[in-house]
Design a protein around this ligand. Sequence first.
Ligand code: SIN
Length: 282
Amino acid sequence: MTISTKPMTTTRFVVEVEGIDLSKPVDGATVAALRKEINEHSILVFRGQSIDNDQHVAFSRNFGDLEIHTVKQYLLPDYPEIIALANRGENGTTPIDNGGAYWHTDISYKAKPPMGSLLYSLEVPPEGGDTMFADMYAAYDALDDDMKARIDDLRAVHGYEARFTKMGEGGKRPKLSAEQLAEVPDVSHPVVRINPETGRKALYVNEGFTLSIEGLPMDESRDLLDTLNAHAMQPDFVYSHHWRVGDLVFWDNRAVMHCATGYDTSYARTMHRTTIQGDMPI
Ligand code: SIN
């Protein structure tokens, strides 16, 4: 298989990958080439795919073991590796129409957050429902030297419960059980994360799950997080993906954060996500 890429943004943090059919097994050389691409570009877009659940899982497993989410109500019954982000539900899953509609990095609240996520679109509304991505390498690089010096050795606390509760307001979600809470204790990660394969530094905080900066008084911690989040969300660092049916987008959670956007929910939106396990951030 010979793949080629073409940039989708001027900064090349998003590329479209051509010459690959994800319904077929992918050979080792192609997997290695894709690993190199994602380290370099952070977001790989594969258009015009037609894959079933087995093929989605099989392609994802080329990049590592898959995460099984703590909350089971959105997992496909026969494929617990797949989260159905489906506003009409699917095969008994709970409908979800505002799933990732806040800036976040997938599952950053775990000690070993996922390296990457692969989101595949099955049904999309005619307008809206885009997913925005922020380039956290570019966001870090653009900070001034004083801010870099201030944050380089800081650590931040990430947690899930507060966000889950907020998303469930109005009775939309049951409370997390004691067993689920035990799976997701608050964790601490560096504010500046280094990709061990390339040495590149990325800003690693997000609006969704980062609760506080360790060692700072609460108001100072809140101010710093607000400043860093607002900085990273600037249009210069953001790519908005407009979905077509059959798109699969593979993003590097070490390098980007993302946010789903609104749409007319009288239309169906059905997306499947697999999530690749990752390492302890350094
Ligand atoms: C996610 O947050 O992983 C899903 C984003 C989306 O549905 O656009």
